[in-house]
Ligand binder design. Structure first.
Ligand SMILES: NC(=O)C1=CN([C@@H]2O[C@H](COP(=O)(O)OP(=O)(O)OC[C@H]3O[C@@H](n4cnc5c(N)ncnc54)[C@H](O)[C@@H]3O)[C@@H](O)[C@H]2O)C=CC1
Ligand SMILES: N[C@@H](CC=O)C(=O)O
Length: 781
């Protein structure tokens, strides 16, 4: 039984490497009985169209060149992918087909549709053979045996029977897209983008559960991401809006594709075959998802008026020109939006009932929730006018606006329109993990921050996570009484539940704020990123994970145009990372960073004068919210080692934790056992500290815990540890709890740049996380 119909377009099959990738997707995402619909590889259909045109023009040289080009391309794919007998079979079949084409050309018997069909036949056969070679049970299937049309109308009952007969339940059925036959057995094509249509038809006939369109983009965006870098990918789009988009110029969706799904529960997803981990866009039934805002562009179109338009005529003429035509009524007239290249055919179709009202138009369409349309119309016209564009024809309807202009809407103007019309409607979902000392204060400061963002975005707190329980409300948690809600409504969860919930969130932007100190939670970052979440971390584990993992995370964040902020992981609220980035972006080169990077150790060392046992001070620091959940993470130097590594990576150094030498501010034996064991042995700690303090004093110094990162031409020194700092030194005279970063660089060589201030504490850390959130919002808006 067919569960899923997958469809791969030409760009996903344009080289042997891409076939390999498609095969690995099939291996992972299909089960026996599933269908894989394929288009012609790469630009094969275009090449076949050129062959047809050259044949019609009797240009024998060009015909010969194109035949050679087709032969070379297919032969290359076959020889790179197949071995032994399979290769010989494929080459023999290709050779006989190309010979047959040459014969038809010679005898003037070539016909367009069967010629174009070769593209899909070749790719289906090659993919099926390649899967067979990989020991995957696969067969190729020519859709001309499945789909029959009579006078352009699909014979649904017969086609469903043919599908039941020919689709093999025990194997992966690789089906040619784009082609069908008529009742005489001749080849007919389903029009450009017909393979998507083949996939949804097939799903309908086979009662599949879903259709997955694998393409070269990551899904459906608010506008063309090739033209507007800040285009937003939507994870869910309702069918009504998808239909409108398809008729109004969206390059990913096609109206025909959606029609077989109209009265079914079949799910349609658009996924990237280049980035399999990326979240797809799901096209879902009306009412299951909020309506979004989109802008499409239209180029080179004519506006036709038509008299007495009868039901079904738009579908028929769309079929004739193989392009979905949009139509609407205004002031008693019925208009058709037609590509200029097809106007002649359309006018002929209506036999005197159609007239050209406006010709050679460009412009754009804004698709948006019904309630937003009127205000967006005014805003769009104002924006175009501000760029000296006066729309020649405007139509406002339920759910969209059509603005037709003389000028092409280029990417600059499209970007401005996108900024003004799309951004304001966007929502940001905030998920906060870690409701401890810092987390609580961060949430308390949140309402005031949301007010400040209200001009840009609507931000909603949708998730609150503790180690074992989770409170989730996709419509937004009331911040004023979040604690009461958390106590009464939070539920136990596991990682998979959390990821499922996040993937279901229907927001334009998602931000996970990690205020835990949990390594396990940080290990979920790659999965959050795969779900298109931005990240903000106070937690230091991800930033100090091993180099390979860290680099892979960074790569997928940048590939998805996401952001990761972690300013508070070093220096709490102090703008250390900002300063380093700024200096480096403006051409400076950092050579040395020295200082005290732990608020806890700064406070402990500055406070300690021998009158109060050191272990009591540790407990006091813990109570003030300075320390890590287990203060031994601070005393061991590990926490400061992490901070130094984060700084080093900010400078582009490829280091791991173990590359930073460390001496602990406690005896090694105390690292073993529980926190209670530690407390039971507090005298060992106190003796250790007393001894160091006495040694320091003997050298007219004080006990401090410092870090150093020094970069010379051929050496990197990275260390954290105990130092005896001379009494007059700046590092010896810090306010308890302060951090100090003494930065030397090309520009600050003799006289260092110094950043100093509180390096721990709930208020300053929470404020630092808010600063990251502010930065993030500014950069996604
Ligand atoms: N306290 C400070 O001054 C500063 C803290 N930080 C960092 O902020 C983070 C939080 O610090 P605090 O609030 O002081 O710690 P905390 O121990 O008070 O809070 C941590 C919270 O995270 C929760 N948690 C632990 N594992 C979790 C998991 N797997 N999923 C969800 N929640 C989990 C705990 O239940 C706890 O509520 C730490 O990573 C710390 O290094 C950074 C700069 C300064
Ligand atoms: N334990 C840390 C808290 C922030 O990271 C410190 O004191 O520096």
């Amino acid at each position: 039984m067919t569960q899923t119909v997958h469809k791969f377009g030409g760009s996903s099959l344009s080289s042997a490497q891409r076939y390999e990738r498609v095969a690995s997707i099939i291996l992972e995402h299909t089960q026996p009985g599933d269908c894989v619909v394929v288009s012609a590889a790469g630009k094969t259909t275009d090449t076949l169209v050129k062959l047809w045109q050259s044949y019609q023009q009797q240009d024998t040289h060009v015909v010969a060149d194109i035949l050679l080009q087709l032969n070379n391309h297919q032969t290359d794919l076959i020889t790179q992918l197949l071995h032994a007998d399979l290769k010989r079979t494929a080459l023999r079949l290709l050779h006989s087909e190309l010979t047959a084409i040459s014969e038809l050309i010679k005898n003037q018997g070539l016909r367009e549709a069967p010629l174009l069909a070769h593209g899909e036949v070749w790719s289906a056969r090659l993919l099926a053979l390649y899967l067979t070679q990989l020991n995957i049970n696969a067969c190729d299937l020519d859709a001309r045996t499945l789909f029959t049309l009579n006078n352009g109308q699909l014979l649904h009952t017969q086609n469903a029977q043919q599908c039941a007969k020919f689709i093999t339940p025990g194997c992966i059925n690789v089906v040619t897209g784009f082609i069908a036959s008529n009742t005489l057995g001749d080849t007919v094509t389903l029009g450009r983008n017909g393979s998507d249509y083949s996939a949804t038809l097939l799903a309908n006939y086979c009662h599949a559960k879903q259709v997955c369109i694998w393409t070269d983009t990551q899904g459906v965006y608010s506008t063309d991401p090739r033209k507007v870098s800040k285009a937003v990918k939507y994870n869910k789009v309702c069918r009504g809006q998808a239909n409108l988009l398809a008729r109004l110029g969206n390059p990913v969706l096609h109206a025909k594709t959606l029609s077989p799904l109209r009265n079914s529960d079949i799910k349609l997803s658009v996924r990237s075959s280049f980035d399999v981990q990326a979240t797809p866009t799901d096209i879902v039934k009306e009412g299951n998802v909020k309506q979004k805002r989109f802008i499409t562009t239209l180029n080179n179109i004519d506006l036709l008026t038509v008299e007495k338009l009868a039901e079904g005529e738009v579908a028929d003429v769309s079929q004739l020109i193989q392009h979905s035509i949009h139509h609407f009524s205004q002031n008693g007239e019925t208009y058709l939006v037609v590509p200029s290249a097809s106007t002649y055919k359309v006018v002929s179709f209506f036999e005197g009932r159609a007239n050209i009202s406006e010709s050679s138009l460009n412009g754009c369409a804004v698709v948006a929730p019904v309630n937003d349309i009127s205000k967006l119309n005014v805003l769009a016209i104002d924006t175009l006018n501000a760029h000296a564009i006066e729309p020649r024809f405007i139509h406002q309807d339920s759910g969209y606006i059509l603005l037709l202009t003389d000028q092409v809407i280029d990417s600059d103007i499209l970007s401005v329109l996108h900024d003004k019309l799309i951004n304001k409607g966007q929502e940001v979902a905030l998920i906060i993990a870690g409701l401890g000392n810092v987390g609580e204060v961060f949430i308390e400061q949140l309402s005031a921050q949301f007010e400040r963002f209200s001009d840009d975005f609507t931000i909603k707190l949708v998730g609150l996570i503790r180690s074992e329980t989770l409170l989730f409300n996709p419509s937004g948690i009331n911040i004023a009484d979040w604690k009461t809600h958390f106590l009464s409504e939070s539920k136990a969860y596991n990682n998979q539940t959390l990821l499922n919930i996040i993937s279901e969130l229907d927001y334009e932007h998602k931000v996970v704020v990690d205020i835990t100190a949990s390594e396990a939670f940080s290990q979920l970052y790659p999965e959050f990123v795969a779900l298109d979440c931005h990240l903000i971390s106070a937690n230091k584990y991800a930033g100090t994970a091993d180099t390979a993992w860290y680099k892979a995370l960074r790569t997928s964040i940048s590939e998805r145009n996401l952001h990761w902020r972690y300013n508070t992981s070093v220096g709490a609220g102090l703008p250390v990372n900002f300063a380093l980035a700024d200096l480096q972006n403006s051409g400076d080169k950092i050579t040395r960073i020295e200082g005290v990077f732990s608020g806890t150790l700064s406070w402990l060392c500055s406070k300690f004068d021998g009158t109060i046992p050191f272990s009591d001070l540790v407990l006091e620091a813990q109570k003030m919210g300075f320390t890590e959940p287990d203060p031994r993470e601070d005393l061991s130097g590990r926490d400061m080692q992490r901070k130094l590594l984060i700084l080093a990576r900010e400078l582009g150094l490829e280091l791991d934790l173990d590359d930073i030498s460390l001496s602990a501010l406690m005896p090694e034996t105390l690292a073993i056992g529980s926190w209670d064991d530690f407390l039971a042995n507090e005298s060992t700690l106190n003796d250790f500290i007393d001894a160091h303090a006495a040694n320091a004093k003997a050298q007219s110094s004080v006990l401090r815990y410092t870090g150093l990162l020094e970069i010379t031409e051929n050496k990197v020194t990275a260390q954290v540890g105990i130092t005896y700092t001379p009494i007059g030194d700046a590092l010896a005279n810090l306010t308890p709890g302060d951090n100090i970063f003494v930065i030397n660089s090309k520009w600050y060589s003799a006289n260092a740049l110094v950043i100093q201030g509180p390096g721990a504490g709930t208020e300053v850390t929470a404020a630092g996380i808010h600063s990251d959130l502010y930065w993030l919002v500014q950069n996604i808006k």
